[in-house]
Design a protein around this ligand. Sequence first.
Ligand code: ADE
Length: 232
Amino acid sequence: MIFNVMTLFPEMIEDAMNTSIMKRAMEGEYIELKTFNIRDYTLDKHNKVDDYPYGGGAGMLMQAQPVYDCYKAITENKDKKPRVIFVTPQAKVFDQAKAQELAKEDELIFLCGHYEGIDERVLEEIVTDNISIGDYVLTGGELPALVMMDAISRLVPGVLNNEDSSVTESFDDGLLEYPQYTRPEVWNDKKVPDVLLSGHHKNIEKWRYEQSVLRTKERREDLYKAKFGENI
Ligand code: ADE
């Protein structure tokens, strides 16, 4: 998977990606990160990339020209144009299903906005997907792009050591994950549930499923209703 990121703050993307599992995934060449500083593509002699909105209003907008020229530079030698994801709160919210869908691509381009937004005309020209990470407003698109790249990367084969750990987990089957325990057997007077020590795999599986259902009902009624219907 190749991630191309168009941003005014490439170091923010690189710093976060050069840590932990993402770092290992890049070293192992399971994923590749290419950052592009949109400012490098401005034709303005003062390196400006923003201007006032027509019609007035608060703040500044990123101009179309540097964004478009940056996109052109990324895609000029590519036969197949990668999907361009504009990270914006004005969109449907990213979820595990979207992560799975995007993980099937060979290459993606993320466009990170700043200031009050980006000139609509360049968005119309290049963006294939608008995606939000939640119903709140951040100062820029870098954190949302990092969130999405993290969620996508761990689904790329080879990135996680244990293939299983990206299979049995929250959201895969529309349920939250069951509680987990490690040593010691008793901690703070709390004992690990007996069934997990029994070695009886069928019973363990059943217990875990029941716990998943219970947890989903308690913590995420919306997911519970989506899976089992309104009347349960
Ligand atoms: N940019 C600013 N806020 C955002 C959000 N919630 N999701 C995606 N991009 C954003």
